[in-house]
Design a protein around this ligand. Sequence first.
Ligand SMILES: O=C(O)CCC(=O)C(=O)O
Length: 271
Amino acid sequence: MSTPAAPSAPVTDEEIQSYQRDGFVRLEEFFSGGEMDVLREAIDDAIASHRDRILGAEKGGRSSDDYERVFNQMVNLWVDCPAVKPFSLSARLAEAGRSLSQCRHVRIYHDHALVKPGGQVSKETNWHQDAPYWPMDPLGSFSAWIAVDDVTVDNGCLHFVPRSHKFGKQPPIRLGVEGESIVQKMKEQGYDVAAPATMEMKAGGVTFHHGCNFHYAGPNATDQPRRAHAIIYIPDFVAFTGGGEAAGAGSEMKAGGPWDHPLHPIVAGKE
Ligand SMILES: O=C(O)CCC(=O)C(=O)O
């Protein structure tokens, strides 16, 4: 797969410093309303066609009814949904992430649509870090989270704990299990955990967060789904450590080796 042309860095020095210091940054109006209409329709079509959560996985990759209440998480949508591909492989988005993380190039680990259902069934995305679930080392991988709908506290916008990425990778907590919280665990161990920042934004806004950042989204209390689309990026200096079948290429790659596989193309920067 060819490498998309690298546009000039779409982030400022302040945004780079803010990401490095706090482990997250919010970029409002990154995509246009029209672009979000396209992405929203593509995600809705995938839901209407009962698309697997993980392509080819047992039971379509659905883990539990409880987890489905946190969100319908469809992984690697760029592979089988042509309308999603320009967003997941967006050179502009990837270049923003590459600049923020100050690395030579980034590959995509996987994308995932994250659709939080509305109403009584909706459950919170409990406080967690992402890095404990990723088969890679050293730290440095990160996510871009695109607000496909306007996101508010009411419908489950993200919340980030500033500087929490500096705690490094902690033991994983059980996702979707009520009461499990990395913030609570760290406080119980005596760590000084900063107050969270709330990431309300209009559709088309994007947040980037480091894989060790503590983050959370409340239940969606509205009667409409909260649609988001996230892309996980791997900097050039990060190696594969084995496993990670959910992202589709684990069995074809060598532990300790590079991420050289068609499912993990370079999307910004140079080899
Ligand atoms: O969308 C959500 O509710 C949570 C997203 C998340 O945990 C992530 O993108 O890492």
